[in-house]
Design a protein around this ligand. Structure first.
Ligand SMILES: Nc1nc2c(c(=O)[nH]1)N=C([C@H](O)[C@@H](O)CO)CN2
Length: 131
């Protein structure tokens, strides 16, 4: 199956369990992959695939102006939006907080969801350090 990907999307988000994280935005790095059966390789028409520019705009819009305690909740929210608006076959998303701990480069979550009757199917891993 084909996919589109977005790597290193930098967004400013209010996310975290601590008061300072609720008040002030912090930088997140998002890697995103959407699976699809696309006609675009034959049609050469943007309308026959998922427009990654639109995905970037929608992810940024969903993150900004909202508050989430956990990255898991933010990730789930974004995955639900992506299935509803772009209808991919599957979604793989990594969300990293940059520089929150001195001894690690990044911390974050990795979500993988299969489309199932219009909804994502739970299959999740939380990881402490991302490559
Ligand atoms: N699995 C998670 N663990 C932690 C999260 C999270 O969102 N998911 N968040 C925090 C704090 O907000 C932390 O990032 C502050 O530095 C701790 N653990």
């Amino acid at each position: 199956m084909d996919s589109i990907f977005i790597e290193g999307l930098r967004v400013e988000a209010r996310v975290g369990v601590y008061e300072r994280e609720r008040v002030a935005p912090q930088t997140l790095m998002i890697d995103l992959q959407l699976g699809l059966d696309s006609e675009a390789g034959r049609s050469d028409e943007l309308a026959t695939t998922i427009d990654y520019a639109r995905v970037i705009d929608r992810v940024k819009a969903e993150v900004e102006g909202q508050y989430f305690r956990l990255l898991e909740r933010l990730g789930e929210h974004l995955v639900e939006m992506l299935f509803a608006e772009f209808e991919p076959a599957w979604v793989r998303m990594k969300i990293a907080k940059v520089g929150v701990r001195a001894e690690v480069k990044n911390v974050g979550i990795l979500l993988e969801r299969q489309r199932e009757n219009g909804k994502g199917k739970a299959q999740e891993s939380a990881i402490g350090k991302l490559e």
